[in-house]
Design a binder for this molecule. Sequence first.
Ligand code: GSH
Length: 205
Amino acid sequence: MTMKLHGFPMSPNTQRARFALEELDIAYELEVVDLMAGAQKAPEYLAINPAGRVPCLVDGDFSLFESNAILGYLAAQKPERKLDGGADARARAEVTKWMFFGCAHLGPAVQQIFAHTMRLPPEKRLPQVVETARADLDRALKVLEGRLAKSSHLGGDTLTLADISVAPILSPLAMLGVDLTPFVAVSAWLAAIKARPSWVSATGG
Ligand SMILES: N[C@@H](CCC(=O)N[C@@H](CS)C(=O)NCC(=O)O)C(=O)O
């Protein structure tokens, strides 16, 4: 049975799951949950995903929310691709490390910048929050820069879930007015990721 991904095309968390599906060449149907219309809070969607967020993957009678958990499940469908780092414990830990780093340090900073420059009504936007988030983001980007100055991808020399997980966090930065060019290796890595056919299919380019 074809997997179904409940998601919203503009959502970076949905794009993360779609990027993995496309990269692994797994057939799926996208069931759009219209976040603009509040469809994520409808009882019929909450029955599928009690967290009321996107994405949510449904594979037969198995339903899974949290995009990074979805990535792990998808990678396990095609172990020969070793997107999760494969059997080696250190390689797997390296991949997991960047996925947690993205969730803990990059994602929250980008969300704060988004909230206080675009999402909130102008009267609720706090420049101080943006300033603090920019400092947190720069601190985290320096760590990525150090890594990507040494290897072409976050997990090493080939694409892994680490790249699939982190790229959607950083891709909206240009729209948010954050200049990534001082982070030369990060910029080159992100450009290479965005050139992948799987990314283009997952995000529309
Ligand atoms: N940690 C979750 C975050 C999911 C999430 O917050 N998705 C956003 C869209 S990018 C959402 O559904 N927002 C709607 C809402 O919060 O009501 C994941 O990685 O899947």
